[in-house]
Design a protein around this ligand. Structure first.
Ligand SMILES: Cc1cc2nc3c(=O)[nH]c(=O)nc-3n(C[C@H](O)[C@H](O)[C@H](O)COP(=O)(O)O)c2cc1C
Length: 364
């Protein structure tokens, strides 16, 4: 298998990555007071030393009372930023590059049900289809949220991050605006067609871009699936996918992080191309693929307690070689093993280790 191509550098604006491997955003629920710990810094340093091309932090809640859905998930309010700054410094000292994933949970219920810092906010007061969690956001509150995303991006730049990612996937706030099952609005933030429901995400993107300037890469994470419904699909045709993602590419998004649980699954009938392949073909965007790369079970099976064993990279290299995507996202393999990339580079496949249930609870 010709893996060399995945070890070629690539540039996004002012940022050059030495290889194509990106650590997926993975929340580590081990931050008392929602402030990154020294252990979280050391965790990132280890992956930088393990030659990860770019690390995406786990979702970092923007500064808004209802943004974070866990009391132990690091957020990005002012009080947490000195700790993030130390984490970035440690990553850079180890030769790594790191992007902050900007996030708002929206109407998704709180992970620890007893923790309820503020009423949940969402486009139409829904946390999922027909699941009422509050009132629809007012126009004024939506504009304020856009502004807060922009301020978080400005802070990310000041703190020293190399890039930022907008989390617009998995059924959280921005995705709740995309999804017709959670966005019933008839004002400028909603509508019947997918292109009518882009306004919030586009406003967030523009605020973020204005805050970080033209040279700092901004990626956007998207998914068809939602935590609320794994079968949900925002685009059932290539045309709908182009109408959904095209405007962000026209607006200047540097790459689209296309979240799938199994990268080999085709997006539409009649082709074996996956979501990243289609986004790239339809919009010209640079894309990142992800989903069970290097493992034989997907992430939902892992959360259900299954053990995931190392799996060959069959299909990945071939798809990369034909130009389906530019970046390769790694989740659990890097949680389990900071040295996964070096082992693969050196052909030490027998040294790859499984992802055991419970591994996500250990920040090493
Ligand atoms: C412990 C854990 C935490 C996660 N947290 C996030 C997150 O904060 N933001 C996000 O976009 N995805 C999150 N994900 C999803 C991963 O980014 C990734 O898409 C998923 O694990 C599939 O990749 P894999 O099969 O290589 O593990 C998380 C996954 C895991 C296992």
């Amino acid at each position: 298998m010709k893996l060399d191509a995945l070890f070629q550098p690539v540039s996004f604006g002012a940022l050059t990555l030495p290889n194509r491997f990106v650590m997926a955003p993975m929340s580590r629920y081990a931050c008392p007071d929602r402030i990154p710990t020294p252990e979280l810094s050391a965790y990132h340093r280890r992956r930088a030393e393990g030659r990860v091309g770019l690390m995406l932090t786990g979702a970092a809640a923007i500064d808004h009372p209802a943004a974070n859905n866990s009391p132990v998930l690091a957020d990005f309010r002012a009080e947490a930023q000195p700790a993030w700054q130390r984490l970035v410094r440690e990553t850079h000292d180890a030769g790594g590059r790191i992007a902050l994933q900007l996030w708002h949970a929206g109407g998704r219920f709180n992970r620890e049900p007893w923790w309820h810092p503020a009423p949940l906010v969402s486009p139409s007061g829904l946390g999922g289809p027909a699941f009422v969690v509050g009132e629809p956001l007012s126009d004024e509150a939506i504009v304020d949220l856009v502004d807060r995303f922009g301020r978080a991006a400005a802070d990310a730049r000041r703190v020293g991050f190399d890039a930022v990612e907008i989390h617009a996937a998995h059924g959280f706030l921005i995705d709740q605006f995309f999804w017709d099952r959670t966005n019933m609005r008839t004002d400028r933030w909603g509508g019947v067609h997918i292109e009518d429901r882009l306004a919030f995400a586009l406003a967030v993107y523009r605020a973020v871009r204005a805050a970080v300037g033209p040279g700092m890469p901004v990626s956007m994470r998207i998914s068809q699936w939602k935590e609320q419904d794994y079968k949900a699909r925002l685009a059932t045709t290539p045309d709908a996918l182009a109408r959904w993602i095209g405007p962000f590419v026209d607006a200047g998004v540097d790459f689209v992080n296309c979240s799938q649980r199994r990268f080999w699954e085709p997006e539409f009938e009649g082709s074996d191309m996956n979501l990243a392949g289609w986004v790239k073909r339809l919009t010209g965007a640079r894309t990142m693929t992800i989903g069970s790369i290097g493992l034989d079970r997907d992430v939902t099976a892992s959360f259900a307690g299954d053990r995931a064993a190392p799996a060959p990279l069959t299909g990945l290299v071939e798809r990369f070689a034909r130009g389906d995507f530019d970046l390769v996202g790694l989740g659990r393999v890097l949680l389990a093993d900071p040295h996964w990339i070096e082992k693969v580079r050196d052909g030490r496949f027998s040294e790859l280790i499984p992802f055991e249930a419970g591994a996500a609870d250990v920040v090493y």
